[in-house]
Design a protein around this ligand. Structure first.
Ligand code: STL
Length: 403
């Protein structure tokens, strides 16, 4: 029995499409060419802040992997969420892991990706085993403190007085490749240093070196394409209601004529276009409708992203008109996910228990103290310092309220 019906070259093209970098692609090619079993891959995510529209970007890649016949595992890295400056308490993180799972399933389903073969694994289900623990100790005997620190530099939140957990985090991510029994790991290019740490050290433990697939970092909606935890408008929640989407997109930074680091244009390039291609089973297609007011030229449909960018650069297409089109596109993408949320009680429970909110008392607006690290005299407790991204304005988490 062959493992995949997709020819190896075609599968490799799909697997590596739109990526920024591939390390050890030969490992992938070998498995595909032998075709004795499916290629095994995992993508890890730490269930911390609320998933936002940026999540569509890795999802289109997961869609490519599944289409290529890859056996895909999503790691819900609950212990990593805990280790990263306690971005989530162990109690609440279980609900967040469930919430992420529901979001990922609803999101993939909404773009017509069959998910029966997609596996979900919660990190703590195997990371507390004696074998895994022993491997952490073995790795800690061959990696220097400096290696571990540097590996986590782009991923672990950098604070004034770093905790030991920030050194354990990258070691565990490297070990996940072995303990999830995969051929390759996929992640953003921000994971690169951890990927290299894994490649350099797993062989010393008698484990095989894995291939690594990296997505580019996609600009968000804030100034210079930045997504900022302190600016709720720079992130659009996956469950955001249409009115809020409109408000957030309207306040997005979008300089006229500037196509570089433009979060709205990036959304079209890395989300809208790949999703349309997936739906139409095509390598290159694009159709984008803008309900432009008559006084500015009337409704228009672009069938080429390059033409749209060109028109934006020459200011034929204005920021407000681009925003109208993107708002409609996002609302169209989110509608089926919100619909699923409204009819799925498990999804709702994961949301309310994973992200409990209280209405902030408007009169008592206290200035957030500056984070000088948790061990600084009078410093902010790590959980508060790392307070969540993407929480609706006028609300704060219960965890924060308790402090
Ligand atoms: C984040 C944000 C993000 C990626 C990750 C975490 C990755 C976490 C992870 C943990 C363990 C693994 C692999 C990946 O084995 O973009 O908060």
């Amino acid at each position: 029995m062959t493992a995949s019906t997709v020819p190896p070259e075609e599968a490799y093209e799909l697997i590596t499409r739109n990526l920024q970098e591939v390390l050890n692609g030969q490992i992938i090619k070998d498995v595909l060419e032998k075709n004795e079993r499916p290629l095994k891959l995992y993508w890890g995510t730490a269930p911390t802040g609320r998933p936002h529209c940026g999540y569509f970007v890795p999802m289109t890649k997961i869609a490519h992997f599944l289409k290529a016949g890859v056996e895909v595992t999503v790691l819900l890295a609950d212990l990593h969420a805990f280790l990263d400056n306690m971005k989530a308490s162990l109690e609440v993180v279980q609900y967040r892991a469930k919430f992420y799972e529901c979001i990922i399933k609803a999101l993939l389903t909404s773009i017509n990706v069959p998910i029966e073969k997609l596996k979900f694994v919660v990190g703590s289900s195997y990371q507390l085993s004696p074998e895994y623990t022993l491997d952490i100790f073995k790795l800690s005997n061959i990696c220097s403190q400096n290696d571990a620190k540097r590996a986590g530099a782009d991923v672990v939140k950098q604070v004034a007085n770093p905790l030991l957990s920030g050194l354990i985090y990258p070691l565990m991510q490297a070990l996940d490749e072995q303990h999830l029994d995969v051929d390759c790991q996929f992640g953003g290019v921000d994971q690169r240093k951890i990927f290299v740490l894994a490649e350099e050290n797993l062989p010393s433990l008698g484990y095989k070196k894995r291939a690594h697939l990296m997505n580019p970092m996609v600009p968000g909606l804030g100034q210079g394409g930045k997504m900022s935890a302190s600016d709720p408008n720079s992130k659009i929640d996956i469950l955001e209601e249409p009115k809020q989407v409109k408000k957030k997109i309207n306040s997005a930074y979008c300089a006229p004529g500037v196509v570089e680091d433009n979060g709205l244009l990036s959304f079209l390039e890395y989300v809208v276009k790949p999703i349309q291609e997936l739906k139409k089973n095509s390598n290159d297609c694009f159709e984008f409708f803008i309900n432009r007011p008559d006084k500015f030229g009337g409704p228009i449909t672009y069938t080429s992203l390059d033409k749209l960018k060109e028109d934006y650069k020459t200011e034929v297409l204005s920021p407000p008109d681009l925003k109208t089109g993107v708002t409609d596109a996002i609302n169209e993408l989110l509608a089926p996910i919100i619909e699923e949320y409204k009819k799925n009680p498990e999804f709702q429970e994961a949301n309310t228990k994973g992200y409990p909110t209280v209405v902030a008392e408007k009169s008592k607006k206290v200035k957030k103290p500056k984070n000088k690290g948790s061990r600084y005299p009078g410093g902010v407790a790590p959980a508060a310092a790392a307070e969540q991204d993407g929480i609706a304005e006028a609300t704060k988490t219960l965890e924060e309220a308790k402090i």
